[in-house]
Design a protein around this ligand. Structure first.
Ligand code: SAH
Length: 258
């Protein structure tokens, strides 16, 4: 099946698809109920997650078994604000605060699949956001390094990932335009905010044969998810899909490379 175009972050759709009866937070149980309710909630979220994997990922073009397993194991509902948990396995992005979003599950899976990870890699992510993409990557590689420019989001994600026991992820508050020199070189780099050009430091910090997956934005605001491979020290470019990400901010705004 052809990959469907990524959904735009239009909140009208989100409101229409509200879960009503399915929303776990709606059920209040008395007394010892909270432990029971948590167990029930987890069983419900597991079912929603399995459905997400089969209907949104496997039914499209996500074929890498390891990516499907990782997406099937990460509790995405714990990466969104509590009032949106009931929608956390739906086929669209969700707001995570400070004007940012957690990407649609399909886009997380697609970016991860294009990174072609085998298990031994060191991966850099630019744009930690909620920490969800980093969590998915952590199941597939040796070490994950993630940089987030927003201080609140960075601290929250770092705390969340520690609490959930993701021990092979390091989060840094900073501008990912410069990559993370001390931790490189990397086998793969995933950029989860839209950039008007490929930040040169990211290519420098990429190993030979390594891959960058990045939404690149042209002057007409069209963003294209792009794969850049380092081959003989040079970039080899493949366009994947039109997408919609929040913009990269910070140093990139001062650099007018087109
Ligand atoms: N990967 C995230 C979603 C990221 S949304 C997840 O799984 O939840 C994009 C994120 O990129 C936002 O949190 C935004 O603050 C961050 N960002 C924007 N410009 C950045 C930059 N220059 N360096 C690092 N992070 C940046």
């Amino acid at each position: 099946m052809k990959p469907r175009k990524a959904r735009l972050a239009g909140w009208g759709g989100v409101l229409l698809v509200s879960f009503l009866g399915l929303c776990p937070a709606a059920a209040e149980l008395p007394g010892e109920g909270s432990a029971l309710r948590n167990a029930d909630d987890e069983a419900l979220y597991l079912r929603l997650r399995e459905r997400m994997v089969s209907e949104q990922l496997a039914a499209r073009d996500i074929t890498d078994r390891r990516v499907l397993e990782a997406m099937g194991s990460i509790p995405r509902h714990l990466f969104v604000p509590p009032n949106l948990r009931g929608q956390s396995y739906e086929d669209y992005p969700l707001p995570i605060g400070n004007g940012q979003t957690i990407s649609q599950p399909y886009i997380v899976a697609l970016m991860t699949q294009w990174a072609s990870l085998k298990g031994v890699e060191r991966v850099l992510e630019v744009g930690t956001g909620s920490g969800y993409q980093a969590a998915v990557l952590s199941r597939l590689v040796d070490r994950v390094f993630s940089v987030e420019i927003d201080k609140d989001l960075s601290l929250q994600a770092s705390r969340r990932l520690k609490e959930l026991g993701f021990l092979n992820i390091e989060v840094k508050w900073g501008d990912g335009y410069q990559g993370w020199e001390e931790k490189g070189p990397f086998d793969a780099v995933l950029v989860t905010c839209a950039a008007r050009h490929l930040p040169p430091a990211l290519f420098r910090q990429l190993k030979e044969g390594g891959r960058i997956v990045i939404p690149l934005e042209k002057a007409n605001f069209i963003q294209t998810l792009t794969l850049i491979e380092k081959s003989g020290g040079k970039p080899r470019i493949k366009l994947i899909l039109e997408v919609r990400f929040v913009p990269m901010t910070g140093e990139i705004d001062k650099n007018k490379i087109s």
